[in-house]
Structure formats: C-alpha cells, structure tokens
Design a protein. Sequence first.
Length: 451
Amino acid sequence: MIGCRGPQPPTGGESKGDTITTNEGPTPPLPTENVVVNVYIENTGSMDGYVWGITEYKGAIRDLLVLLRHHYSPEAINLLFINTAIHEYETAFNLDLESFVAAINTRWRVGDRSTSNLNQMFKMILENTDNNTVSILLSDCIYSIPGLGSTIDLLNNAKSLTKDVFLSKWRKDSVPLATTIVKMNSKFNGKYFPYTGDANWFNILSSEENRRNIPTSGKPSFIISGRPYYMCIIANQDLLDDFNSKIELKSGKIEGYENKYVLSSENPKEIYWSVLTSSFNKGQFNADRNHSTRNQIRGITDVKPARDEQNVTFAVAADFSKIEAQADEDYILDENNYEVTSDNFEVINISKLNPKEVNKSDWNRIKAGNPTHIIELKSKGKKLTNTEVSFVLKKQMPQWVEESNAIDDTKLENLIGKTFGLKYWVEGIAEAYEIIYPNNKNYFECSISIK
C-alpha cells in the first residue's frame, strides 16, 4: 500500500455565399476571479544596477507581466515599489509594457532608498496578503545585518527574525501560506554594498574610532557583471498551486531563470505508481495479486536474486507531474533527496521515463497512469520475503540554495552567482513552515509489500 496524500471554444467564421465555415481555436484562459496579484519591486540602492541599460531583469519583469495579464484580470494586478514603505505604481490594466520596461528608471527613485531590510519587506508584504492575494517580490534578497558580532551570529539572528515574521502572520490570520522562491540572473551595472559597508551600519556604531576601522574591503564596490536576484511568490496553497500551474517560471519562459524551490503547506498528493515486473530489474519476482490491479502492481512475491547474484533490483514507475510544479527536475533526479525508510533496500537511480525503454507488457499496464519517472531500488541484504520496502521523496532545501549562498561578500570573487545570507532567509521561511505544518515532510511516500 502507499501513503500518498499528500465556456465553449470560440468560433469564428466567414461567409462564402450560403456556406459558413467555422474554425475552432483553443479555449481562452478564464481569469481567476476575486484574486488580487501584487507585484512588489524593491527599488533600494542595491537594486539600481539591475535597471541600468538593457538587462535580463527588465526582460523578466516584462515576461512575468505578460503571463500574469494572460491568466489574471489585468485590473487586479498591481505594480508597487517597496523599500521602507510600499509605493503604488499602477495597475497592469493601464500599463503599456514596452514603455514601462524602457522607462522604469524614470519612476525608480521613489521613497527612502537608502536602506534595505528584507525582513521588514516580508512583514509589509504579508500584512497585505490574505486568502485572495498572490504577492510577488522581486529583490536581491540580501540580508542587511547591522550590528557588531560574528557574521554567522548576525545571520542566524536575521534568520530567526524571518521565521518570526512568517509565524506571526500565521498566529494572526491563520492563512495557510506557501512560498515559491525563484533564483534569477541578470546583468548588473552598479554599486554593491557589502554588509560591513551598508550606510546604516555606520549609523549604529558607537564611536568615531570604529568608523575609522572599517576595512577597505567593506566599502561599496562597482560591479559590471551578472548578479542573481529572486522572485518570491507568496499565497495560500490553493492560489499558489494555481499560480505554479499557470505561470511557467522556467528556462525559455522567463528571461534569466535559473532555479526554483517551492515551500508548500500541503500534504503529499495522491500519485500513481506501479512496480515494473519486466523492465530495469535484476533477479526474479512475480506480481502479488493481493496488492495488484490491472493497471498497477504494489506488491511482489517469490523474490529471488539472479544466478551468481546476492541482490535484487527492481523499478517503480511514478507520475511526478504534480511534483514537477513544485520541484526542479534536478531535484527529482537527485538520489540524495530520497530516503528508504526500511533498511533492506536503497535507491540507486532516478530517470525520466522513456516508453521505448519499458517492456511492452509493463507499458500496457502503466500507460493509463501517465508515469513520468523511473525509480530503481536495489536490495542490501538477504531477507527478501515477508517484508516491505518503503521510500520517500523528501521535501528539503535543494542543493542550489547551499551552492548560491555566501557568508563573505567583502570580496567580489566570493559573489559570482551567489547571494549573501541566502541560505539563512530560506531556512527561516522553511523552519516557520515546519512548525506550522509539522506533518508536511515529503512529496511522495511509497510502501511495497514483498512476500
């Protein structure tokens, strides 16, 4: 058994005498009713470099707005600048995309742009997010950590404040929020402010002596290079699922896309899966009729290793299409994201399913389930009867977050493709959700009976 829970098409015609021909086209998308989409564009000084000239950042805003206006009512899409406060720009209904992207610089300098406080921005956004709101933040998402102490201590303190912002929202409104974090990349032509070079850092120092002791490496640096930034999409789970299914944030669809991480509030979805009896296996076994139907096999029996072998290998075909809306393909294919909760087997390979590589008898059984991936398992011991093998695809921080994290931004060579403190604010959100949704730990759970 498995624990997986987790208007008519428009017609057009032309008259040719007494004959009328019709041409049916695809059904246009219906706008999501009563949903407000707020797009918050951080415009503090640290973001200036993304809007100088022609950049992928501007292209991404253009692509995002095109997709949003296609799937949501343009009157309900609001563009806002955010720094120490939220500043209205205009609705997407009145917006000319070409002129907006070309002239964003002329409207850029609004509000107090001298300081950037990520946790304060999260707080303001969450205060304006309810069950009918999709909130989207575009920001470099760099922690500003004014204060004296070790970098790690200051980052951990900032992480705790991020966690508190999301927990406080839950305590106040009980909105079941979920968050999609998207790593983007763009040309950057402007100043970069290391955490020791932030203007507010100077303001909190107690003496002129401390000011004089700021190292040169902590002063702002001018960068002409590619720099990461992020989209954070926050909404209740149903709205975020709808957003993720409609708005394809991936390479080729939005300029500068790199990676995605979805922090969801829901339990694992019901997912089709079946053991394959004649594909990707080593050894012998039969389908257990007590755990099988015409379209799937969820138990095996009479298991024997192949001659001169001590182990058995078999494969499971699964439909991960629902998971693909929440996790990148690299995440799904990474063995490190799987865990065998019984000690008798191990996951040895995950691959995208190719029907040509599946035995015909297996394919005839599973094709109605539309499986997308193959998970191969190998036995570790000799006990191959009266047992079961259980494994899960875990929800955990993807490797790209760790690889994109920097804890020293005073040297430019440490910043290629990286963001100061990234891992810490991502962990802050994730740890808040772990408290709010303690049972939401896996994308997929599977138990296979072996007799």
